[in-house]
Design a protein around this ligand. Sequence first.
Ligand code: EPZ
Length: 448
Amino acid sequence: MVEDRPINTSAPVSTPTEAPEKSATVLKITGGHSLSGEVRISGAKNSALAIMAGTLLCSDECRLTNIPDLADIKRMSDVIRALGVGITASPQAIDFDTRHLSTSEAPYELVSKLRASFFIIGPLLARMGEAQVPLPGGCAIGARPVDLHVRGLRAMGAEVMIEHGVVHATVRGSRRKLQGAKIYLDYPSVGATETLMMAATLAEGQTIIENAAQEPEVVDLANFCRSMGATIMGDGSNKIIIQGCDRLHSTDYPIIPDRIEAGTFLVAGAITQSAFSIFPVVPDHLLPVIAKLEETGTKVIAESPDRLRLQPQGLRATDIETLPYPGFPTDMQAQFMALLTLCEGSSVVTETVFENRMHHVAELSRMGAAIKLKGNNAIINGVPFLSGAPVMATDLRASAALVLAGLAAEGTTIMHGIHHMDRGYDDLEGKFKALGAKIERLTTVEAE
Ligand code: EPZ
């Protein structure tokens, strides 16, 4: 049994010339501990990132609260600051002063670190009549094209060219204002819906977005824009109508709780058969996850309007298929698969949103899971137990799945690629430790 040595993140590394890289940090998880108590859910990453881009629409100062403390939030702040926006961050809030927006050119070295920073193209174009934003690269889960964003902006009168990996968008005319348009999205893309909804708030006339994404983060962004004086109707449905205006004023806006972090903790309770509470949450945002958890044998009780409690009663197989909201969220697919590896019977997981979001299958198999992968379908036969092992996180939600598997496994799991987790979870190991999990962050030297 390796005694728990104090975590010393400044431990000397083997070769003195190397500073301990972030990637040299690992997560050590000792499985078999049940969880109890309560955990506080942070603000929603995918809402905060879109709304931070939305601050560019404001001709004044605005404040965001309940922002999660994440690497991705820091990267988005860097991109927005590079545009000339004054940003003042405190533990409780981030203040944005966009009165002196000075450039429409987003730097490659910053945008390339965060795909979501591409969302600034709509607000930049709406505010300044032009935008130069590097194409976001693909990532582990897919090519992540932005053709729907571009097609919608063109429909609103922007001239858009892509040269040397940069999207150059310009609005001609004396007022350089986008024009309201009727846009049909081939796919209910969250990002494209958000980009075009933001651009439309300052366009001339009415914009209608058909086959729009209905995710709660889209509604949160619409609520943020309305709090600045925008006229938006239908958000949360597949048809959004935006009446453009000339100017949006300051606001002080709280981000909604993160439904994916909440779902991750619900699955943690099921996979460790533990009863604990999570808050604040919006239960309506979690309906597909709660419904599927109950099919596996874990009941989820509402203790109050924004507080849920788990009541696990066994582990039974079920099937999930990821779909745009209100279907089962793709961002919960990996975490739920970790649970299904221990559910008695045979489960099928079908990923329909991204073309390459099954990297966690190989890593879960290293822990003893019985999974057959056929394209984007995984057939999972439940096993009686998982065994701790050294594993590699390949993307954000795969990292969460491996943490969950490690919590339930027999023995110790060492998870590499911890930077993926830090992008999208606010102190995940600290929150699990507070629930009673044995989990700690070590340098690779200490973990040996
Ligand atoms: C958002 O990504 C989220 N990210 C993702 O969360 C989430 O998985 C995804 O929505 C789906 O819910 C943020 O909000 C920052 P999409 P986004 O546009 O907007 C295709 C996480 O783990 N598509 O709805 O990029 C695309 O390739 C992340 O927190 C086009 O073909 O997702 C994909 O197959 C991962 N052309 C599908 O649509 C386009 O122009 C869904 O993508 C745009 C998208």
